[in-house]
Structures are given as structure tokens and as C-alpha cells.
Ligand binder design. Structure first.
Ligand code: ADP
Ligand code: MG
Length: 718
């Protein structure tokens, strides 16, 4: 979608919502909670889904719980108070093919809006109640006399925030459409619209909010998805050509001597898959173009070793500069007279994981002369400044930290390789993260979540994918059980028996980390366990609000065996690696996502001992799709697919802040062909007009620079 700066110029789009007819100050204040302040904001607030409101169903079509809409004539209106003291409104409708009831509780004022003989459309999920179908709190459309309901109609359903009602949002969006749908500037040249059969922007905005038919929703969505992907691809392509022109990445040659020295630092032999991926990386590093590689490997497949390999190759390489009189490049000597070396950065999603990685690297590199430093929140300012200075001077070989810190603060002397670990969600444009003017580093992104290649391309640009499709030898799938709350005593008995046999274990508790209520809930869970089933054991508590040093101390005690059990929130979900921990209890398993459950279970799949995981759910006999899938398979790739199906359009591709319609992963999967098409078209487009210099492309160029320029450093183009 269009960028703020270019639409800000149009007064119709910047009109405050409160000035629109029917919105008013009070509603506008509520809408602001959703970030909806101007007409532009409302037009960009895209529906989450649509409900059929065409009235096309007949009583005979109704299915329990399946959305339907029917036209009916009001036959009776009954307003009364239930025994429990609630106002209950029942409207009986005659549909021609039988009667249905619509029922509302605690909305007595609604009674006034119905009278016998009126024609209405009701839409919702019917339920069989006694002999009749009943709609509880349905959506209603009142038909004017003689109005034909048969024209298909879809009702937009918007994302909401607390205290903001669906009807408020609908009203504001409709008013905004009437005010300014045609004011939106068209970014695409007419030729492109025609060639691709895309709706013009005004029509697309209108149809996305107020669709006439199913097909118009699809066409409008297609326009926005195409636009978003096309622009992103074009921006990435422009970025890439700039990088090619201006900066070269350092070429790091990993010869067999260096390769041997690196491998000798590992306590284990690489799996065949690890060897293959390391060779792919070494080939990338040898070229003077930035590597942009994604490593996909299931939980436990040994991605850390890959990261370490790439980083050791980096710090094992000396920086060379061209010799003054031509001839062989010469090593660059530092102030101490020693050759300077390249630097690497490893970014982790959590501080806990960053600390663990730093510790692993520290152990592996003991006595090597390579300095490893940790950069995380909560370090004293003095200390952090000292580390930053040593990074800038090139003394630190490897920096490990949380993404925000490393990318936000560190300035490197010879940064050559950046590794981004466990980037579960699609981040936007990882490759641009650490760009610091001079050379662009090689980038390696590691993830346990498989991403189809077309989508990876769409989101990351030209990206190479390596797959770690092998687990280290001796691994056995974690034996996973679903434990009904009623069987919890027996489960704890089993858990204790395993601890007495020498295992260490985790108990995972869901908690809203941010709120103090979340903290209370995990603390009380801890107390209950410490005074109840796990009374006889040494247990520690880890959660997101714990001070890093305290968290560290607990993890260290666990690692060394001074603690038997860690009670934790999902902060341990990602990457934590204590091989002796081989049994886990996940409480309230229903409240975790499938990918999260699988990551959690990965914590006990480490050693040679069979890992065990109990997923505790409240109801014993009810099917629970997520937990059942989790118990049924330990194949992370299969689970990730399931997850997408079950979750629907959940995870988005990180474009939310940009004022664009969010791109959902599931949408991208469904729209795979648009993804590929937009990419091809953008590349062609670029070949024809790389600077977007043609007058017909002026608006497109402005939109792209507004939107992606700052992230991608496109500012100086043209
Ligand atoms: P993930 O892919 O989930 O990040 P890790 O890199 O944390 O997995 O590795 C999981 C465990 O497997 C670690 O304890 C690591 O030391 C071990 N490991 C990795 N590669 C091998 C290997 N080739 N042989 C034996 N153990 C290995
Ligand atoms: Mg890992």
C-alpha cells in the first residue's frame, strides 16, 4: 500500500475521522485505540474476514455451527426477562421454507428495531434448539420495502481492540470510503494495471471494504497482495544492484587447513547434512558478494554448529589490503603489529539464548586467542561501552547478543558474517539489518520453521536455502503423551521416578510474561509444585521478568546439576540446550501454539537418552487438534505444515508497521502463484527501468522510496 509521506499530501486522506458524519468525538477516541485516527488509517484497516450476508441460504441448508444467512419476515417479537434476570429478546422469522429464531441477551433496546412484517437478513452460526434453528446474536440487515436481498452481499469483519465494537469500525470505514476512496493516488502505471488485469486503487479499496460479490473480494485482495509483493521485490532488487555497485562483501577463503582447524574444535563429528551445509556456506563466503542464506533444520538438528563454523571461518581469516605496488594483497596490520581479522556477530531472539551461545563459544574457543563478547540488555553502561569500543577497534572477534542490541548499537571494524538464530517469524529484510556503510556482511539466517522457497524468495529477496535434514546419530524421537488433568497424579509419580533415576526435567507453565498477573500465576504454579508433587527435589524458576543475572544463575545450576527441575515459561522455548534434561511436563498444553510445543519438546531431545514429554490438557476425552497433532508426530516439518493449516492467517510477514495491509503467511501459501508472478514482473520491470526514471514511474518510485528507502538505504537512488 501507499506510503505515509505520499498520501499525507492529500487533505481528503488526512481528514480526522471525528469530522466524518456519524463518527463523532466519542467514537473517534475509541477508534484511536486501534490506531485509526485519519481517513487514511480507516481505509488501510483491512477486514480480517468476510461473512456471507446475502440471505441466500434456506432452512434446509442449515448446518449446526456453520455460518449461514437467511432472509425472513418478522413473525413475532418476544422480549422478556429470564429466571436468571437477563433480558432476552427472541425474534421469530418466517423464511418461506420454515421458521427460525434469532435470540439476544442483555440487549433490550434492540426490541424496538423489530416489528412484525419487517423483512430482514440474519447472518450467523445457527444452532439446533429444540425443534427449531436458532441464531444467537446474529448480524442483521434490515431490508427496505421491496429491496431485493438476492444480490450477494458480504459483510466485512474487522480486527478490533478492547472497547471498540465491530459496528464502530464498520461505520468509520464506510464513512471514510464515502469521503475519500477516490482520493487515493494510484502508484501503478496504467500499463501495468492493464497488463496484469489489476483493479485500479480506488476500486480495490472500495471492494476490499464493501464487496459486492465474493469475486470482488478476491480481485481486490489480489491487487493488494500483488502490489505489496511487487514493490518489495522491486525495492530488494534496487537494493541489491546498489550493493553490487558500491560495496563488495569480503571474500573469505576457507581452505582445508582452516576447515580442519575449525572442525577440531568440535567434540563431535559433523553429520553428513552438516558437512554439506558447511560446504555450501564456505562456497558462499569465498565470493566477494554478500551471502544471503537460510538454513532450515528441525529442532535439534545441530544448527548451532553451522553458525559456529561460519563464525570461526570468519575470525580465522585475516584482512588483506591491496599492495601498494600492485602484486599480492597484504595482511592489514593492527596497531599491535599483528594481522587484523574479520569479525562475526551472532544474534539470538532471547537474552537467555544469547548467553548460552556466548558460553558455548567461550568454551570452544578457550585458549584460541579469539575474544568472544556478549552484548545484552542490563549490562552496566561502563561495561557495555568498553565492549562496544573493543568491537569498534576490531579486538572482539565474535559478538553474541540480542538482535536489537547488536544491530542497534555495535559498530564493527571488519564485520564479515552475521548469523541470525531462530528467526521463527519472517523478519522483514534481514539482510539489511547490519549494513554499516562500508561492506555488506554475509548473512546466515537459521530457522526451525520450514518456509517454502517461493515465499522465502518473496520475503527475503534472492535467498539461498540449505536444509539440515538429518539429526545427529543416536537421537530418538521424544516419547510424547497427552496427559489428562485427571491423571496428573499418576503422571507426577512417573516424572518423579524418572528424576530419581537421574534425569533432569522441565515443567513449562504458560504465562503472560508482561503482566504482573502472569508473574503471579507462574509464581503460584512454582509454589504449588515446590510444596506438592516436586517437594522432594531441588527446583528453580525461570521467567521473562527475572533479572538476567538471576536467570543465568538458575540455568547454570541446572546445567551443572545443582538443580533437578526448572519451572519455566516459554522463555526456554527457543534453543536452550542442556543435554542431561530429558523429561518435560507442559502444563495447559492447549494454550501453546503447535510450533511452540515442538520447540519446547526439542529441549528434551538432546542427549542419547530417550526424551519424554507429557502435554497436560484439561479435558481428557475431547479432541484437541493442536495437542493431538503434537502427540502424533515428532516431525517438525510436518507439524509446521499442520500449524499453518490449523492456525490460519496468523503469523504475518512483519509489514504491519508500514501501513500496508498485513501479509499473512497463510495467504502467501495460498497465493503462491501471485508471489512468483510479482517477483518475475518486478525483476522485468527493473531491467527495463532500473532507476524508475520514466515519467510514468514517478509515483511508483516515490512510493517505493517512502516505503522501503529508509530500511534498504535506497535514499540516494536517482
Ligand atoms: P538446533 O538445530 O535445534 O539449534 P543445536 O545446535 O542446539 O540444535 O544442537 C542440538 C544438540 O546436538 C547440541 O547438544 C549439540 O551439541 C548436539 N549436536 C549437534 N551436532 C551434532 C553432531 N554432529 N553429533 C553429535 N551431537 C551434535
Ligand atoms: Mg538452535
Amino acid at each position: 500500500m501507499d506510503a505515509p509521506a505520499s498520501t499525507a499530501r492529500d487533505p481528503a486522506l488526512t481528514t480526522p475521522l471525528e469530522r466524518l458524519p456519524g463518527v463523532g468525538t466519542a467514537r473517534a477516541q475509541r477508534l484511536a485505540k486501534l490506531g485509526l485516527v485519519t481517513v487514511r488509517d480507516a481505509l488501510l484497516h483491512f477486514p480480517r474476514e468476510y461473512r456471507d450476508f446475502s440471505g441466500a441460504h434456506a432452512v434446509a441448508d442449515l448446518r449446526e455451527g456453520e455460518h449461514a444467512s437467511l432472509v425472513g419476515t418478522v413473525a413475532a417479537v418476544d422480549s422478556r426477562t429470564t429466571a436468571a434476570g437477563r433480558a432476552m429478546l427472541t425474534v421469530t422469522l418466517d423464511t418461506g421454507g420454515g421458521r427460525v429464531r434469532a435470540v439476544w441477551f442483555n440487549m433490550p433496546f434492540l426490541a424496538k428495531r423489530f416489528a412484525a412484517g419487517m423483512r430482514v437478513v440474519v447472518a450467523g452460526q445457527p444452532r439446533r434448539a429444540r425443534a427449531a434453528w436458532e441464531f444467537s446474536h446474529p448480524d442483521v440487515r434490515w431490508l427496505a420495502a421491496g429491496e431485493d436481498a438476492a444480490g450477494s452481499d458480504w459483510l466485512a469483519v474487522y480486527p478490533l481492540a478492547e472497547g471498540v465494537q465491530q459496528s464502530h469500525v464498520r461505520l468509520a470505514v464506510q464513512a471514510a470510503l464515502d469521503h475519500a476512496a477516490d482520493a487515493w493516488p494510484e502508484a501503478f502505471p496504467a500499463g501495468l494495471l492493464a497488463a496484469k488485469g489489476l483493479l485500479p486503487i480506488g476500486r480495490a479499496i472500495r471492494d476490499i471494504h464493501r464487496p459486492g460479490a465474493r469475486e470482488s473480494i478476491d480481485a481486490a485482495r489480489r491487487r493488494f497482495v500483488y502490489q505489496e509483493l511487487f514493490m518489495l521485490q522491486l525495492a530488494l532488487r534496487m537494493h541489491r544492484s546498489r550493493q553490487r555497485e558500491r560495496h563488495a562483501a569480503p571474500a573469505l577463503a576457507v581452505d582445508s587447513r582452516l576447515d580442519g582447524r575449525i572442525r577440531a574444535r568440535f567434540a563431535f563429528e559433523f553429520t553428513a547434512a552438516q558437512k554439506r551445509v558447511c560446504a555450501e556456506i564456505a562456497a558462499d563466503l569465498a565470493r566477494p558478494e554478500p551471502m544471503n542464506r537460510l538454513v532450515q533444520g528441525d529442532v535439534g538438528s545441530g544448527k548451532t554448529a553451522i553458525a559456529v563454523y561460519a563464525m570461526l571461518a570468519t575470525v580465522g581469516t585475516t584482512v588483506k589490503v591491496p599492495a601498494a605496488a600492485g602484486g599480492e594483497p597484504q595482511p592489514l596490520l593492527g596497531p599491535d603489529g599483528k594481522p587484523e581479522r574479520y569479525q562475526a556477530a551472532l544474534m539470538a531472539p532471547t537474552e537467555l539464548l544469547a548467553r548460552q551461545h556466548a558460553a558455548t563459544l567461550g568454551r570452544m574457543l578457550a585458549g584460541s586467542g579469539v575474544e568472544v563478547q556478549l552484548l545484552v540488555g542490563g549490562q552496566p553502561a561502563k561495561r557495555r561501552e568498553r565492549i562496544l569500543a573493543r568491537i569498534a577497534a576490531g579486538q572482539v572477534g565474535i559478538v553474541v547478543g540480542t538482535q536489537a542490541l547488536v544491530s542497534g548499537q555495535a559498530r564493527f571494524r571488519h564485520l564479515a558474517v552475521v548469523v541470525i538464530d531462530e528467526q521463527h517469524r519472517f523478519g522483514v529484510l534481514q539482510r539489511a539489518i547490519l549494513q554499516q556503510g562500508q561492506a555488506e556482511p554475509h548473512t546466515l539466517v537459521m530457522t526451525a520453521t520450514p518456509i517454502p522457497r517461493t515465499i522465502a524468495h518473496a520475503v527475503y529477496g534472492d535467498l539461498d536455502v540449505s536444509v539440515l535434514d538429518e539429526q545427529p546419530p543416536g537421537r530418538r524421537p521424544v516419547a510424547t503423551y497427552r496427559v489428562a488433568a485427571a491423571d496428573l497424579d499418576r503422571w507426577w509419580e512417573f516424572f518423579r521416578k524418572k528424576l530419581r533415576e537421574g534425569r533432569r526435567g522441565y515443567v513449562v507453565v504458560p504465562a503472560v510474561e508482561e503482566s504482573s498477573r502472569g508473574l503471579a500465576s507462574i509464581s503460584s504454579a512454582f509454589e504449588e509444585l515446590a510444596n506438592g508433587p516436586l517437594e522432594a527435589f531441588r527446583i528453580g524458576l525461570v521467567h521473562g521478568r527475572l533479572k538476567p543475572a538471576a536467570k543465568d544463575a538458575v540455568m547454570e545450576d541446572f546445567r551443572t546439576g545443582r538443580i533437578d527441575v526448572i519451572v519455566a515459561t516459554s522463555v526456554i522455548e527457543v534453543g536452550i540446550d542442556v543435554p542431561e534434561a530429558t523429561i518435560m511436563t507442559i502444563l495447559d498444553a492447549e494454550s501453546f501454539g503447535l510450533a511452540q510445543l515442538h520447540q519446547l519438546r526439542g529441549r528434551v531431545a538432546r542427549g542419547g537418552v530417550q526424551g519424554i514429554c507429557g502435554a497436560v490438557t484439561a479435558a481428557a476425552d475431547l479432541p484437541h487438534p493442536r495437542v493431538d497433532a503434537f502427540v502424533a508426530t515428532t516431525d517438525g516439518f510436518a507439524l509446521a505444515e499442520q500449524d499453518l493449516l490449523l492456525r490460519g492467517p496468523g503469523d504475518l510477514v512483519g509489514t504491519r508497521q508500514s501501513g500496508a495491509p498485513p501479509l499473512y503467511l497463510a495467504d502467501l501459501l495460498r497465493d503462491g502463484s501471485i508471489v512468483a508472478e510479482a517477483r518475475r514482473d518486478a525483476l522485468d520491470f527493473f531491467d527495463r527501468d532500473p532507476l524508475l526514471a520514466a515519467p510514468a514511474h514517478a509515483h511508483l518510485r516515490r512510493v517505493i522510496l517512502d516505503r522501503w528507502g529508509p530500511t534498504l538505504g535506497l535514499g540516494q537512488i536517482g
